[in-house]
Design a protein around this ligand. Sequence first.
Ligand SMILES: *[C@@H]1O[C@H](CO)[C@@H](O)[C@H](O)[C@H]1NC(C)=O
Ligand SMILES: *[C@@H]1O[C@H](CO)[C@@H](O)[C@H](O)[C@H]1NC(C)=O
Ligand SMILES: *[C@@H]1O[C@H](CO)[C@@H](O)[C@H](O)[C@H]1NC(C)=O
Ligand SMILES: *[C@@H]1O[C@H](CO)[C@@H](O)[C@H](O)[C@H]1NC(C)=O
Ligand SMILES: *[C@@H]1O[C@H](CO)[C@@H](O)[C@H](O)[C@H]1NC(C)=O
Ligand SMILES: *[C@@H]1O[C@H](CO)[C@@H](O)[C@H](O)[C@H]1NC(C)=O
Ligand SMILES: *[C@@H]1O[C@H](CO)[C@@H](O)[C@H](O)[C@H]1NC(C)=O
Ligand SMILES: *[C@@H]1O[C@H](CO)[C@@H](O)[C@H](O)[C@H]1NC(C)=O
Ligand SMILES: *[C@@H]1O[C@H](CO)[C@@H](O)[C@H](O)[C@H]1NC(C)=O
Ligand SMILES: *[C@@H]1O[C@H](CO)[C@@H](O)[C@H](O)[C@H]1NC(C)=O
Length: 432
Amino acid sequence: MIASSLISAATGASLLFFASSASASSEAAFVQFENLGYSGEYYPVGKVEALSDGNCSCEQAMDSPIYINGTNSPFNEELSVHIRGPINLQKFAFYTAESYSFGSTDGSWTRGAYYDVSNGTADNVTFLGNVGVENTCLARALNYVTSNGTSLASESTVLENVTIGSAEEFAIFSGTKCKDESSLEGDCLVYREGIDAYHGFYGTVKAFLFQFSAPSDTSEEGRTNKTGNYDMPAIWLLNAQIPRTSQYPLNGSCSAWNTGAGEFDIFEVMNYTQRNNFYTTIHDYQGTDSVEVGLQMFAYLDRTPDAVMKGGVIFGSDGKATVFLSNSTTFGNTISSSDLSSWLSELDNVDGGEYTQTLSSITLDMNTATTTSGSGSSASTSGSDSSTSGSGSDSSTSSSSTNAASRPMFSIESPVGLLSLAVPLIAGTVFL
Ligand SMILES: *[C@@H]1O[C@H](CO)[C@@H](O)[C@H](O)[C@H]1NC(C)=O
Ligand SMILES: *[C@@H]1O[C@H](CO)[C@@H](O)[C@H](O)[C@H]1NC(C)=O
Ligand SMILES: *[C@@H]1O[C@H](CO)[C@@H](O)[C@H](O)[C@H]1NC(C)=O
Ligand SMILES: *[C@@H]1O[C@H](CO)[C@@H](O)[C@H](O)[C@H]1NC(C)=O
Ligand SMILES: *[C@@H]1O[C@H](CO)[C@@H](O)[C@H](O)[C@H]1NC(C)=O
Ligand SMILES: *[C@@H]1O[C@H](CO)[C@@H](O)[C@H](O)[C@H]1NC(C)=O
Ligand SMILES: *[C@@H]1O[C@H](CO)[C@@H](O)[C@H](O)[C@H]1NC(C)=O
Ligand SMILES: *[C@@H]1O[C@H](CO)[C@@H](O)[C@H](O)[C@H]1NC(C)=O
Ligand SMILES: *[C@@H]1O[C@H](CO)[C@@H](O)[C@H](O)[C@H]1NC(C)=O
Ligand SMILES: *[C@@H]1O[C@H](CO)[C@@H](O)[C@H](O)[C@H]1NC(C)=O
């Protein structure tokens, strides 16, 4: 789920290129990115202001970069959760663990947030959406949503049993309000005035689990309109700074997204043609110079419109991010690592089994901005019947995309900028 509505048009050309050159992708029971996390930096928003006549004034804080490094970075930062219909969310849970390596049977996970529609439980959960004051440049402000998930509420409200429609969205933040006013020194950095400002979910080793249905949109409009996110449900994560400034700005300076703050698409239907395929995509600068295109997992998981789905994403201490759907998933106060590992090992023998993609290690020297590896990523498959190798990455870039064009000019010491200017077209690995 790309953070700016303009981007899809901008990247259309490169997607078309891939549509004609890559063979069909395959189904998997779970997918995994390895070696998640890299050293780099991104720029927080230093100013975000709605002006009259739909204009806005925004600046990225080029002199206050946020350095990222280590396991799962930048997804080790606080993340918000985003849902696009058609979806009926039944359970959501957020867990942390001290450590977890894929397959490990040691230790356990502790639930830190929980929503359960069956009895209205909403512990450490706040439902927000882009439903507030509208500004053409910043779009609607992030505020509390009503129990049906899509209108403005005056106070924090727990969702009822609702199926939000095609293209409708809401977000889940933690129950912890931002303490400080909007400021680069504040606990939530700079955020848009008038929003209900909350923290996202913290932790390097963390998991987000969901129980949901994603029924087909059978409305009359849905039958005729195959564009505009019709029947394209999605669940994704953003660096929580992004929606607090602007999730869908017209000007890229109003969000830290295009400098690599991080977006992780867990389950995302990409287009109506493949409306029952959930893709996983990372949008940052690890192994790609195009945050817009990102790195998409070649294999997809199966959306079952007629059956409830359970699953989510696990960010391990081994730098593996595993996305899965399994009816074994539970949502208790704690989950033992051995249970969690068994849900995944059961899937080895289901459908396409496991599909793994290893991300390249890009190490950016803050002064010289050299890359130790400029390749997109490598892909490999394992598991039962997955003989097909995938296109490792969406490596084609659109150097003149709207979002890239709206980036501020990067100074010479900016590794992110240098990476994108110096390597306009990273040669990715395409397996046919
Ligand atoms: C739909 O999305 C998938 C995954 O990104 C892509 O491989 C496929 O080419 C897209 N199909 C169309 C018709 O755009
Ligand atoms: C922004 O400001 C300019 C100049 O004041 C004005 O012409 C324009 O209509 C405003 N609105 C937008 C959306 O650009
Ligand atoms: C590594 O990241 C942490 C924040 O996660 C930051 O405080 C620190 O400055 C970074 N270190 C380097 C060498 O970039
Ligand atoms: C939620 O509503 C659906 C119908 O839309 C129904 O099938 C389901 O049982 C309801 N769940 C709860 C917990 O009430
Ligand atoms: C709601 O149900 C869940 C199990 O689905 C349970 O863990 C939780 O304690 C219940 N909460 C309340 C307030 O009854
Ligand atoms: C959601 O609830 C609000 C307030 O109760 C109402 O105005 C709005 O029409 C509802 N939206 C939908 C899609 O039902
Ligand atoms: C809620 O989640 C946040 C974000 O991870 C965490 O910092 C906070 O401690 C949690 N609060 C409770 C009461 O568990
Ligand atoms: C289809 O969706 C697009 C994008 O949201 C919208 O502009 C258009 O009006 C819709 N068409 C119909 C027939 O609803
Ligand atoms: C998961 O459980 C649902 C019922 O809750 C069932 O309809 C569905 O077929 C199951 N999915 C798998 C993959 O077994
Ligand atoms: C975005 O805003 C910045 C700062 O206000 C401005 O310099 C830039 O021209 C704007 N870009 C676009 C595409 O409007």
